[in-house]
Every structure is written in C-alpha cells, then in structure tokens.
Design a protein around this ligand. Structure first.
Ligand code: PEP
Length: 254
C-alpha cells in the first residue's frame, strides 16, 4: 500500500522571509492534518532553516525537502550543499534530476545516480525526476526515453524500504507551460516506470515506490491524475507557491 504524496517545488522563488510566511500559511491551511497523504515542501536552500523552524514550532504536518544536493561529504565545492548539511537542518527529502537542473546546469543521469546514492546513505529520500522533451514525445519515443533514464538513474541503488525512494514523471513540455499531460498520458509513462522498477528491484519493491506526476498540476486537475493506478501523487511547481492552492491539492489527494 502506497501513501499518496503531494510535494511542492518552490524553485527559485520566495526569499527567506516570504518562505516563512508561506510555510506558516500552509501550516494553518493544513492544521487539521493530511490523513494518509505525505506532504513535502521543497524551498530554496537559503529558506530551508526558516521552513524547518515553522514545521517545528507549528507542529506542521509536512516534511522538508531540498531542491538539490552534491554527492561529496564536504570540501572544496564552492556553492554546493552536502547531504549531511541537509540532514542537519531537518530536510528528509531532496529533489534530484529536475529537468531544469538537467537542462540549464548540464546534470547527467550519472550525476543523478550519484546524488541518489549520497542521499540514501544519509537517509534522505530522493524525489528523482525524469521526463521527455517535446520532440521525443512527438516522435512517440517517450516511454523508451523515460525507461532509459530510470535504468541509468537507479543503477546500483539498494532500496530496502520502497517508501524511501520516489520517482517523479515530469514531461518537460508540460512544466510551467500550463500545458498538462492527460491523465492517460501520465498513466502510460508512470505504468512503464513501475514495470521498469519491478524488473530492476522486484515487484514487491516496485509496488511500494511512489511515482508522482508533475507538469502544470493544479487544484482543478490533480484528482484526475490521482485516479490512475500508477500515479501516486504530484510534484507541484507554480501551484505550490500559494498556501491555499497547494493545500487544496493535498485535500484533493486525501
Ligand atoms: C516542477 O517544476 O516540478 C513543476 C511540475 O512545475 P509546474 O507545476 O509549475 O509545471
């Protein structure tokens, strides 16, 4: 049985002060709890401490996630953040392999694989993103493209607790564009992801791994995705920047 998950990716939005206000607003919106839905908030690195304090002070029913990590433990890697630093500040999740990191910062599947291993060694749950660009979708090669990413991103991983590894399928053409995939599009690829995970890790493990959909998900459309067998939740960008819309998505998942 997989708990649904709604994760918010604030991207490079919200100053420290604004982030605290948003986290407080979300704590208020979700004051009655989130049932069986796991909720994760992923602010920019400089906001992590402020949001961690809100979670602690308000007893907020959501977990803290980072948006990126480097795989080394410490050292001369200017501008980077080590997994132990995330743990120390209270982060228990971390997004890796987001298409913006792959596209603008040249991250490869090999990098993403190293990040996943480093996070898991620190008991931080990776939310590992995959997804095809528009031209691949138009060529009808989207399933094989994503399956190839999954194989490379998970190479050599040991998953003893499937609730501690999350995949997010985010077709690049649907991110921040207002253009959503249909629920059937999402199911086609999320189903193929689970099948691939089963080939790699065994069916029981694959059945416990959450596979999220991301790409212009919002309160009005999230329920349609969640009805699909292999879609276990959503990774949300734009609609996570307002407490009421993000909370509405959590409530739709409950
Ligand atoms: C994302 O960047 O992870 C995302 C899904 O963004 P949006 O919801 O804004 O499309």
């Amino acid at each position: 049985m997989r708990n649904r998950m709604i994760a918010g990716n604030w991207k490079m939005n919200k100053t420290y002060t604004e982030g605290v206000v948003l986290a407080q607003g979300l704590a208020k919106e979700l004051a009655d709890g989130t049932g069986d839905v796991d909720v994760v908030v992923c602010p920019p690195t400089v906001d992590l401490k402020g949001v961690a304090e809100v979670i602690k002070q308000e007893g907020a029913p959501f977990s803290l996630g980072a948006q990126n990590v480097y795989w080394e433990e410490s050292g001369a890697f200017t501008g980077e953040t080590a997994p132990g630093m995330l743990t120390n500040i209270g982060a228990t999740y971390c997004i890796i392999g987001h298409s913006e990191r792959r596209g603008y910062f040249g991250e490869s599947d090999e990098d993403i694989n190293k990040k996943a291993k480093a996070l898991m060694a620190h008991d931080i749950v990776p939310i590992s993103c995959c997804g095809e660009p528009l031209e691949v979708r138009e060529d009808g090669k989207h399933v094989e493209f994503v399956v190839d990413q999954i194989k490379k991103d998970t190479e050599g991983l040991e998953i003893s607790d499937p609730s501690k590894y999350v995949v997010a399928y985010e077709p690049i053409w649907a991110i921040g564009t207002g253009k959503t995939a249909t629920a059937d599009d999402a199911q086609e690829v999320c189903g193929a992801i689970r099948k691939t995970l089963a080939e790699i890790f065994g069916q029981e493990t694959a059945d416990g791994i959450r596979v999220l959909y991301g790409g212009s998900a919002k309160p009005e459309n999230v329920a349609g995705f969640l009805e699909k067998e292999d879609v276990d939740g959503a990774l949300v960008g734009g609609a996570s920047l307002k407490a009421d819309s993000f909370a509405a998505m959590v409530k739709a998942a409950m």
